[in-house]
Design a protein around this ligand. Structure first.
Ligand code: B12
Length: 304
């Protein structure tokens, strides 16, 4: 996906309106743009995408704004999107999988909704088939690779976070090689306007602590999908938690924390899914974020 700025003419062709309408919308502040030294309006791809998502305008020629051709916002129901996404990633059909996710996003679905309603359940089904031995392992791995590439492309359609935006970092701890969830968490924060960066997976707790100390994020997330030794995990987690800067908000989630392990942990907030995380990200984003929020409670995000 190219990162160049777009002319109002190209955007007008993409949306199927006249160039003069597009210029008028720019001047009325309906769509974000910059002006070149020569006085010409230029639009960034994320601002055009944001306009399509919020104005519910159609896309007639998506290739004019550097997207694959034939992409248009779709009002298709989430069940059929999930089924088609599942079939496409199992078959290795990268283009179709990308199209499904892009179209949902352009129709206004948030990253959190797409993650919770399409990606997570599709992978749950892959997990069931893997357990039954009815799917070759290469198909599961390929499905992960395809989805990671799609998320990387989607990331480029989100607005670049403001330099003063609050920072969130996080990842998956040692012995946890799951990369999709922490990538999705990063995207949820970025969509909510945070400077968010996933550190990756399989990260020893002491390097996660070093990352928090060196970067001083407002929020640190931990996405936990696999725990091999609960006792060892809880001990390492506690050492990590107690070495965090006092003002770092610690949020945890992931399929391995949906059981009893979580009850033995201290953290600022827990969430079962990305929608809850999205609410948290929007609440904590404000510069006036109240320091009165209990730091090491066991409040579920749903309580916010
Ligand atoms: C893909 C996959 C893998 C891949 C991951 C590749 C990669 N690069 O990420 C690999 C090959 C590494 C793998 C390995 C293993 N896997 Co596996 N894997 C899966 C699979 C199919 C999908 C997981 C996934 O990425 N889902 C997509 C994410 C986005 O969805 P999610 O995890 O549901 O996350 C949601 C929430 O938890 C939440 N969330 C996540 N993080 C966070 C963070 C915060 C802060 C918040 C608020 C919310 C939140 O939001 C998400 C969206 O709703 C699952 C099936 C399943 N049911 O999940 C099995 C599954 C998890 N694996 C399983 C197993 C057994 C294993 C292995 C032990 C296999 C083995 N013998 O080696 C190893 C363990 C490796 C390890 N220790 O890390 C089992 C676990 C069974 C159990 N007891 O819990 C499952 C359930 C499959 C099954 N049906 O048996 N796996």
């Amino acid at each position: 996906m190219k990162a160049e700025k777009l002319t109002p003419k190209k955007v007008a062709m993409a949306i199927g309106v006249s160039e003069s309408s597009m210029k008028r919308w720019c001047d009325r502040g309906l769509i974000d743009f910059q002006t070149t030294a020569g006085g010409h309006r230029r639009l960034s791809r994320p601002s055009v995408v944001d306009f399509v998502r919020t104005s519910k305008h159609s896309l007639i020629r998506s290739e004019m704004i550097g997207l694959p051709s034939g992409i248009r916002p779709s009002e298709r129901d989430v069940n059929s999107a999930r089924q088609d996404f599942l079939a496409s990633i199992v078959e290795g059909n990268e283009d179709l999988a990308n199209q499904i996710i892009l179209e949902l996003f352009l129709s206004g679905q948030s990253v959190a909704e797409i993650g919770d309603d399409v990606i997570s359940p599709a992978f749950q089904e892959i997990g069931i088939q893997w357990e039954l031995g009815s799917i070759e392992i290469y198909r599961e791995r390929r499905a992960c690779e395809i989805t990671l590439k799609i998320l990387a492309e989607l990331r480029q359609l989100l607005p670049t976070p403001d330099a003063n935006a609050p920072m969130a970092i996080g990842g998956a701890p040692e012995r946890d090689s799951f990369s999709l969830p922490t990538n999705l968490v990063e995207m949820v924060f970025r969509e909510a306007g945070w400077r968010a960066q996933s550190l990756g997976s399989q990260l020893p707790f002491n390097t996660l602590a070093a990352a928090a100390i060196e970067n001083r994020p407002r929020l640190f997330w931990l996405s936990v999908s696999a725990i091999s030794d609960e006792e060892e995990f809880l001990e390492s987690f506690e050492r990590f938690r107690s070495s965090l800067p006092a003002d770092t908000f610690l949020t945890v989630g992931g399929r391995a924390l949906q059981g009893v392990t979580r009850q033995k942990m201290q953290y600022s907030a827990f969430g079962d899914n990305l929608r809850q995380l999205d609410s948290l990200a929007n609440t904590l984003k404000s510069p006036a974020y109240p320091p009165t929020v209990p730091r090491f409670g066991t409040a579920a995000i749903t309580n916010y």
